[in-house]
Design a protein around this ligand. Structure first.
Ligand code: 5GP
Ligand code: ZN
Length: 108
């Protein structure tokens, strides 16, 4: 197991509040929000980056995006952006795959 903050968060080791959780992934608030609503969808399995994706991850990546849609519906967000940074040069800072869910609408 790599020393990875998102592995620890998704395993529930840091007591992070999850807005969504299933057997494969969690969604929680970004610690440094860049929009009114800024959530991160994170698989429990450690995959460093989209750049490391393999065919066997197809279902998991699909679930990650579907979970973003489900939480956006649940929160009543009228519109939102899904964003993935890939690689250091692509702005990725945490090397454990995550989808940013950003919205100018609030979570209520
Ligand atoms: P990246 O640049 O890798 O796509 O985005 C990493 C995101 O993770 C950033 O938006 C940053 O604010 C967020 N982040 C980094 N460390 C933590 C943390 O410990 N907890 C939470 N909730 N978010 C974090
Ligand atoms: Zn990890």
């Amino acid at each position: 197991m790599p020393d990875c903050i998102f592995c620890k968060i998704s395993a529930g080791e840091l007591g992070t509040e999850f807005l969504y959780e299933d057997e494969d992934l969690v969604i929680f608030k970004d610690i440094n929000p860049k929009a009114v609503t800024h959530l991160l969808a994170v698989p429990k399995k450690h995959i460093a980056s989209i750049a490391e994706m393999e065919d066997s991850h197809t279902h998991l990546i699909g679930k990650l995006f579907l979970a973003c849609k489900k939480i956006a519906d649940k929160l009543g967000l009228k519109g939102y952006n899904l964003h993935v940074n890939v690689g250091k040069e692509g702005g990725q800072e945490i090397f454990h795959i995550h989808v940013h869910l950003l919205s100018k609408f609030s979570q209520n």
